[in-house]
Design a protein around this ligand. Structure first.
Ligand code: HEC
Length: 511
């Protein structure tokens, strides 16, 4: 090992261990072993020996079988999309390192890979990556020394490791196709200017589409026709799904029998008319229906989905559209994996001192620390962060999802009640604390599918207390039921009596 390599090793170890300590991840020893192995065993080798270079410079963290060291604490290179396709993606990661959250094969890692560019010359990086790209089920082509050289020159100015979004912006994954189960297509003939009412039309043909891809191959004619596809969209996980739709001419997407997104009327499919729709889905099959009509001229239908976490577009159609034209312009703030996210900033529709909570699965609430109550409950996307982040401190941010319900807009507890703060339990669910004289109230929340569960526990020696639950009728949107206590409704006002020493559980359920 040369002097400079040793020094670099020491610097990176110190820095990295500090960072790992800050990341508060699983036991340190799981990281120490691969790190120490990596930094103490490395020795100069003749170039071009990919497998041997890999075992010296990469396997301590990514494991000899490419599956990620210490039982998957580190991300795998076997079948990783980061390794496949565009050679620059992997080359640049090796040169400059990678930091922050990265999703690899369905698992999120939030670690740091130290840059290897200063230690490894171009020919060694080429040999290592050629080996990686052809091992453990990977089938990507070789990488040449020249490719590494060009890549290195293009990022020479960069001093910091990449984040996953940065590297994916430069070198995105290829578009993938995905399938719908039980897909059936129906064809119709007619000359329409807008989507026909299919209940009044008779299909000229019905086909089973066994490959699960929406295609216009079975269209009954080149012009003046319509098609309807039905089947089951199988959501791979629970989460918020974005659907991107474009068509020449019109198309509408329904999931679970509600309209998600539509492209109206007559026009081209070039991205300029593409639309996006979002909704929250539980894992598993959901009825999907796509309606499409074509008048004169060109035809086309493009439909893709992505989940908020992976941000990869999966095409459900044979055609694709110009996605660049529909790049999202906002930065949504949302839960981080399985943990709720807490958002402390102005939220439109509630008081200035509101605390937003975005639960995984697309259930959200804003608790007002002024009125001591959950003032907004909604489903789907949590908050659009754009306004706040662009215009620091000036604009409010509205709930970004749907089904927004505001049970109350007035103070829920007596004048002497004071907000004292909140705690998060081990799963990240919040409990808001309020004192009322010498008594205290813990008001905690967690979410289940389509439901918020609120637990109210009053402790102390004071009298029973009335808390406002709703000051208007919200029955059409949300049902509230109580366990361990009973809700009293007079006119449109709903209250609950709290007795010291008892817990009441309220269940808020969207209809
Ligand atoms: C000290 C540990 C360590 C070493 C050594 C290391 N990596 Fe990594 N690597 C990581 C970590 C940690 C990540 C994920 C970083 C994050 O969470 O942002 C990563 C991510 C990656 C990724 C992208 C994610 C994936 O799983 O595909 C690639 C590609 C990669 N490394 C290749 C290599 C190659 C090739 C080498 C050897 C030249 C190497 N790494 C050496 C720790 C290491």
């Amino acid at each position: 090992m040369t002097q400079s390599q040793t020094e670099m090793g020491r610097v990176i170890i110190g820095d990295r261990l500090q960072r790992l300590a800050r990341l508060n991840k699983p036991p340190m020893s799981r990281f120490l072993l691969p790190l120490l192995a990596y930094f103490t065993l490395a020795a100069p080798l003749p170039a071009q020996d990919g497998p041997q270079l890999f075992s010296l410079y990469c396997s301590a963290c990514h494991a000899a079988d490419g599956k990620g060291a210490t039982g998957g604490t580190f991300p795998p290179l076997a079948e990783s999309p980061y390794v496949a396709g565009d050679p620059d993606r992997a080359i640049k990661i090796v040169l400059k390192g990678l930091t922050g959250p990265v999703d690899v094969l369905g698992k999120t890692y939030n670690l740091e890979m130290p840059p290897q560019g200063a230690v490894l010359p171009d020919d060694q990086i080429a040999a290592i990556l050629t080996h990686v790209r052809s091992s453990w089920g990977n089938h990507a082509g070789p990488i040449t020394t020249d490719q590494v050289k060009t890549s290195r020159a293009s990022v020479a100015d960069r001093a910091t490791p990449w984040t996953a979004p940065e590297i994916l912006k430069l070198h995105p994954f290829p578009l993938e196709k995905s399938v719908i189960a039980n897909l059936l297509s129906q064809s119709f003939r007619g000359d329409w200017d807008e989507m026909p009412d299919f209940s009044k039309e008779k299909a000229t043909n019905v086909e089973e589409e066994h490959d699960g891809i929406l295609t216009l191959k079975n269209a009954p004619a080149a012009e003046d026709f319509a098609m309807v596809w039905t089947g089951d969209f199988v959501a791979p996980t629970v989460g918020i799904f974005t659907f991107l739709l474009d068509a020449d001419d019109g198309a509408t997407l329904y999931i679970d029998n509600s309209k998600v997104v539509e492209v109206k009327g007559i026009g081209p499919m070039d991205g300029s008319r593409a639309q996006e729709g979002k909704l929250t889905l539980l894992q598993g099959p959901h009825p999907i229906r796509v309606e499409y009509f074509q008048k004169k001229g060109n035809k086309g239908l493009a439909l893709a989905w992505s989940s908020t976490r992976a941000k990869i577009l999966h095409w459900l159609t044979e055609d694709t559209t110009n996605v660049l034209a529909v790049q999202p312009t906002s930065i949504p703030v949302g839960p981080d994996g399985d943990r709720p996210v807490i958002y402390r900033n102005f939220i439109s529709g509630t008081t200035p001192r509101a605390i937003g909570v975005g639960f995984p699965g697309g259930i959200n609430l804003a608790y007002s620390a002024d009125n001591l109550a959950p003032e907004l409950l909604w489903t789907g996307e949590f908050i659009e962060g754009t306004k706040k982040w662009n215009e620091r401190g000036t604009a409010d941010n509205p709930p970004a999802g749907q089904n927004v319900v505001s049970p109350s807009k007035s103070r829920a507890l007596p004048e002497n009640a004071k907000f004292v703060g909140y705690d998060l339990d081990s799963s990240g669910n919040p409990a808001f604390s309020v004192t009322i004289g010498s008594d205290s109230l813990v008001d905690s929340y967690h979410a289940e599918s389509n439901t918020i569960i609120r637990k109210l526990t009053l402790t102390g020696s004071g009298p029973a207390l009335e808390i406002l639950i709703a000051d208007k009728s919200i029955e059409a949107q949300l049902s509230i039921t109580a366990e361990g206590g009973s809700l009293e409704t007079t006119n449109t006002k709903t209250t609950l009596k709290l007795t010291p020493g008892k817990t009441v559980t309220l269940t808020y359920h969207w209809k």
